[in-house]
Design a protein around this ligand. Sequence first.
Ligand code: ATP
Length: 221
Amino acid sequence: MKQNFAIVGLGRFGGSICRTLIESGQEVLAIDNNEDRVNEYMNIATHAVVANAQDEMTLRSLGIRNFDHVIVAIGEDIQASILVTLMVKEMGVPSVVAKAQNSYHARVLEKIGADRVVHPERDMGIRIAHNLVSKNILDYLELSDDFSLVEIRVANPKFFNKSLLELNFRQRFGLTVVAIRRSNGEVVVSPDANEFVRENDNLLVIGETDDVDVLDEKMNM
Ligand code: ATP
């Protein structure tokens, strides 16, 4: 379903959201107070405007209240990020995603009603660190303090050519396999217990981070 998005701030973060949304066929209004940035997105976004989003009248005249999603991608100017988030929530936008610079900023954004607060630099740092310390963990997404979703390479021959049932995966590791990525690129989503694990497969597993660490150790044995 086509939804409409407004992005405030066309830095690297806001800009990449804009490009990806457009590529997936969505309508995007791109806003920045820097004319050069707006010119860069003139032929990419559905509409691109030079505007100071801290100005309430400007936001109203852009019809921000009618958007399904607003992404507040202002980084350095924390005051602007907070004010814009507050105003768009007050205007009744149902889904507001705000980028936080640090944990204090994140707490304020949550308090004033941001529906989702993201920390792209911190999260990417965590993902890369996990990938560096384990040669089998290819990707890592922290879902909460205790839970994560990881993509892990099947490196231990004891796992090869066995079904999830034979491996007793859920009981043994306390983890759920949400998908298997085969070496030919095929992805088996929500595999049933009889699905086989093969050499060079990657497993996408979800569960407690401690259990993921145990699985990672097992892969190295
Ligand atoms: P990134 O890491 O995404 O590149 P950043 O964290 O360095 O960006 P900034 O460069 O501070 O973030 O802000 C992103 C964009 O937001 C900039 O292009 C800036 O011009 C724009 N911006 C900042 N304040 C406002 C505002 N009040 N109204 C509209 N745009 C704004």
